[in-house]
Design a protein around this ligand. Structure first.
Ligand SMILES: Cc1cc2nc3c(=O)[nH]c(=O)nc-3n(C[C@H](O)[C@H](O)[C@H](O)COP(=O)(O)OP(=O)(O)OC[C@H]3O[C@@H](n4cnc5c(N)ncnc54)[C@H](O)[C@@H]3O)c2cc1C
Length: 414
């Protein structure tokens, strides 16, 4: 019989981590979500997810994955770190995709800091991250004017970021705005990208900075009300003559070139969360169709219903197979890692949305009732189309990495 979450090929460390995440989800997350389904709609973002949930996540060590052991983190085997991230992301998203978002931002940004931050900033901020169970990190690239230009990226000054950083009297002065930022509303520490050379192309003129929440001139302007992943609290930030100490620079001018350490595992983790949402959809549908009776027999004995289950399981298996291959490529830093991580992020977003739609339809009217809990799966699945690049931009990235000499060059005059 098919195991929809197989253990085949997992190391002992991975099996144990997955099991503790599964227990956390089954004992803490799912019971909370089911009995508090109204809370994701609370218009006070801070009242949505109670602090105890992050405290319980802390007990199994999943908030600080990515922090080096010397700073108190949980260090994973570097040869399979991205695959392990994927496994854990999937498990937590099976319980709630927004909670998974909250946690994975911490790992992704920690990996970036451990690679790019000067040691004194690592010492200071990893200690805070490890010591405070509610401490969250965020990564701020997107601005009100088109994020897609940055994802591609179009390496020309006219596509550059509008957030500007200028060095004055030993400080960075930053002006601009970032939108759609995961954890943006709640985070204590931000990585912010800004233009430091308006005459250069984006790849030569973008720098990154480490910005504590209490930096003068930084305002957390709003929490975006999203259709899904609502426990993550996506936010918008405004910088008005924000003054940052000179040493809070992470990478000068070449920040996008160096950010592969964040983007590649990031795409794998997106696909893995997406897969977790698909597994949830499959489990919910499998349970329902084997118990709910129509026409004198349980739904699954109606052949048209059975076909849908076969299709859902096949799509999930296909996403998992590509995910394993892409995650391995990123762990190995293989030449095809860039292509594969974009492929799996794209493929998962389209396939799992179809899985979620089957789940919704198989539940009939119950599928769209808020208190039944199934429509949330569909809403959460839809969000993945837009995170870490849109569907079309992901396709462009795939083709650019496959044909760098032609599709990979900016579409100016030949
Ligand atoms: C829930 C959520 C969480 C997010 N979290 C973060 C985060 O933590 N940090 C962060 O920095 N950003 C984050 N984002 C932003 C996300 O990366 C962008 O929304 C996404 O990349 C799309 O950018 P955009 O919204 O500016 O769309 P646009 O770039 O304005 O695109 C609009 C449409 O035009 C199409 N398009 C644009 N350019 C081209 C082109 N050259 N060729 C063909 N089609 C094109 C796009 O495919 C899309 O259909 C998040 C977004 C969401 C929804």
């Amino acid at each position: 019989m098919l195991d929809i979450t197989p253990s085949r090929g997992l190391s002992e460390e991975q099996r144990l981590m997955r099991q503790s995440c599964r227990d956390f989800v089954d004992e803490v997350v799912t019971p909370f979500i089911r009995s508090n389904w109204q809370r994701e709609w609370d218009m006070n973002p801070q009242a949505r997810l109670p602090p105890e949930i992050l405290e319980r996540a802390e007990e199994i060590g999943v908030r600080t994955l990515g922090v080096p052991e010397e700073f108190g983190g949980v260090e994973l085997d570097p040869k399979s770190e991205v695959r392990t991230f994927a496994l854990i992301s999937e498990e937590i998203a099976r319980g709630d995709s927004g909670l998974a978002d909250k946690l994975v931002q911490n790992w992704k940004v920690s990996v970036l800091l451990r690679n790019l931050a000067p040691r004194h900033l690592q010492e200071k901020w990893f200690a805070r991250l490890v010591g405070e169970p509610q401490f969250l990190l965020a990564h701020c690239l997107t601005e009100p004017r088109g994020a897609s230009d940055r994802w591609l990226p179009y390496n020309v000054p006219e596509a550059a970021m509008q957030t500007r950083a200028v060095k004055k009297n030993g400080e960075w002065v930053i002006n601009g705005r970032k939108q759609f930022i995961s954890n943006g509303y709640d985070a204590s520490l931000y990585v912010v990208y800004a233009n430091t050379n308006p005459k250069a192309g984006m790849l030569q003129g973008t720098s990154s900075f480490l910005v504590p929440r209490d930096t003068p001139g930084l305002t957390v302007a709003r929490c975006n009300e999203t259709m899904g992943c609502r426990f993550m609290n996506n936010g918008e930030l405004v910088f008005e003559d924000m003054r940052l100490p000179e040493d809070h620079l992470l990478t000068e001018n070449d920040a996008l070139g160096k950010a592969g350490v964040y983007f590649r595992p990031g795409k794998i983790i997106q696909a893995a969360k997406n897969l977790g949402v698909g597994v949830h959809a499959f489990e919910a549908a499998a349970e329902y169709v084997q118990n709910y009776v129509q026409g004198g027999r349980v739904l699954i004995k109606h052949q048209a219903v059975a076909l849908r289950l076969a299709e859902m399981a096949t799509r999930i298996e296909a996403v998992r197979a590509l995910l394993e291959r892409a995650a391995q490529a990123v762990d190995d830093n293989a030449p095809d890692a860039e292509t594969l991580c974009n492929m799996v992020k794209l493929f998962a977003s389209e396939e799992i949305l179809k899985v979620a739609q089957h789940c919704l339809e198989l539940h009939g009217g119950n599928g769209v009732m808020l208190d039944f809990g199934v429509e949330k799966i569909f809403r959460d699945a839809a969000i993945f189309l837009h995170m870490d690049a849109t569907v079309d931009i992901s396709k462009l990235k795939i083709v650019k990495s496959m044909f760098p000499a032609t599709a990979g060059t900016y579409a100016g005059p030949e």
